[in-house]
Ligand binder design. Structure first.
Ligand code: TRP
Length: 452
């Protein structure tokens, strides 16, 4: 194993599970269906596929190359590759700061999810009347204590896995959870597809309606592709530094990307047919999962309760392996600054939980909702920064570095495992996607995102 700390994944399979665990998260199951619903279902899906494979996957490969080549975390990797331009370190720092902010908001939503899992288990959700789910959600999310308890529980679990180590913690947990997640999701898909009236939901997801696909929708598709694949923020640089030396980076990236994409589509298949079958609104927005789905589950009677438990468990597990990757990137950086791994993990968790709790207090009618920054509540600000602005900025800088500053011979040497794997495809990628398409598309998103 190649890293400065000597940690790494034991096999390509383990690496794929861990990185797919990072990619598959709230982004796939909570965010993808509602964004897809909002921007025209099938039409959005088509654009999303292009971004995922043409830009997201290229970024993933470039992060893996940078990470494995240097064996360093994202902050040290850039200056190591071009020592005469130490300023590039800044890209790593910006990525880490973004990871910190993403993790904070991620913890809030993971806390909601864990609470909903608990309420499914204890039967609380089953006792709520259809019209009251909106109120139930806003009362819970705006309350002071309850969300914080669930944020805390979720974070403790995440931190314990990180303390366990790369191979014995992250890799082991991912190898266990990812297959469970796929099985749970398939069960939900089968149930959803066999409901009366399910075909309308399937049609909604797959029949393109281009009239609903606005310019904003195209931008949302790109942002979602980056967020969902966990690329642009250096997390995949850290995971790249853990890749086995003989791992075929192209193959691994294709697997992870296909897996992430498939799980997003399966989530759509699990959700939309059920939503249509129960006469609910598919454009329900961020509340789709917490306000619409519980109604769908309740309308299915006793079985619905089981499905509710399965669904929120699925969402919490998916969130866990993603939160793990974010905390790992932060921990790896701190622990390479001569602080031990355990201490680093605890220190980082302690710092990020403060921001998460503040964000939770500021949500909805929470106790700090009156406190505004730039006219936004803290939760809204974090959501905007981590959802629209920072990921494309970081991704843009990463791809410019990869395409225009890193030596092509180094890239080819790393991609080909020192000449043992054929990488002829890369010449085509390099001039078309890496140097031009990806940076220009990112720039366009960014500029329109800032002026919207
Ligand atoms: N990809 C995860 C999701 O879809 C979120 C995530 C995990 C992430 N690690 C990341 C996003 C790093 C950006 C950067 O939910």
């Amino acid at each position: 194993m190649s890293t400065s700390t000597g940690e790494g994944f034991s096999s390509s399979f383990g690496a794929i599970m861990a990185a797919a665990g990072s990619a598959v998260g709230l982004g796939n199951i909570w965010r993808f269906p509602y964004i897809c619903g909002k921007y025209g279902g099938g039409a959005f899906l088509l654009v999303y596929i292009c971004f995922v494979f043409l830009i997201g996957m290229i970024l993933m490969m470039s992060e893996f190359v940078i990470g494995r080549r240097t064996g360093e975390d994202s902050v040290k990797a850039y200056p190591k590759l071009i020592p005469h331009r130490p300023g590039w370190k800044f890209v790593g720092v910006a990525g880490l700061v973004t990871c910190f902010l993403i993790l904070a908001i991620y913890l809030v939503i993971s806390g909601w999810t864990t609470n909903y899992f608990w309420e499914s288990l204890t039967g609380t959700l089953a006792g709520i009347a259809d019209g009251d789910f909106g109120l139930h959600f806003s009362e819970f999310a705006s309350s002071a204590l309850r969300p914080v308890i669930f944020i805390g529980l979720f974070l403790i679990l995440t931190t314990l896995v990180i303390i366990g180590g790369v191979e014995k913690g992250i890799e082991r947990v991912s190898k266990l959870l990812m297959p469970i997640l796929v099985v749970l999701l398939l069960v939900l898909c089968v149930r959803s597809l066999t409901l009366d009236g399910a075909s309308k939901g399937v049609a909604y997801l797959f029949q393109p309606d281009f009239t609903k696909l606005t310019g904003e929708g195209i931008l949302a598709a790109l942002g979602q592709a980056l967020f969902s694949l966990s690329v642009g923020m250096g997390v995949m640089i850290v995971y790249g530094s853990y890749l086995p030396k003989d791992d075929n980076i192209l193959k691994t990236s294709v697997w992870i990307t296909v897996c992430d994409f498939a799980i997003a589509v399966l989530s759509g298949i699990a959700i939309f047919p059920a939503v249509f079958a129960c006469g609910q609104d598919p454009t329900g927005g961020p509340g789709l999962v917490y306000q619409v789905l519980p109604m769908v589950f309740n309308s299915l009677g006793a079985v619905g309760r089981v499905f509710s438990i399965v669904f929120f468990l699925l969402l919490a597990l998916a969130a866990l392996t993603s939160a793990i990757s974010l905390l790992e990137a932060l921990t790896q950086w701190l622990s390479s600054e001569k602080v031990g791994r355990t201490a680093s993990a605890i220190l980082m968790s302690a710092a990020v939980v403060l921001l998460a709790v503040a964000a939770s207090f500021s949500f909805g009618d929470g106790i700090w909702s009156g406190f505004k920054l730039g006219g936004m509540q803290l939760f809204e600000l974090l959501d905007k920064l981590t959802g629209t602005i920072l990921p494309p900025v970081c991704a843009l800088m990463t791809i410019i570095f990869f395409g225009w500053f890193m030596r092509k011979e180094d890239i080819v040497d790393e991609l080909s495992n020192h000449g043992t794997v054929k990488v002829g495809y890369f010449n085509v990628f390099y001039y078309f996607l890496v140097r031009f398409v990806a940076p220009i598309a990112l720039l366009v998103v960014l500029i329109s995102g800032l002026f919207n």
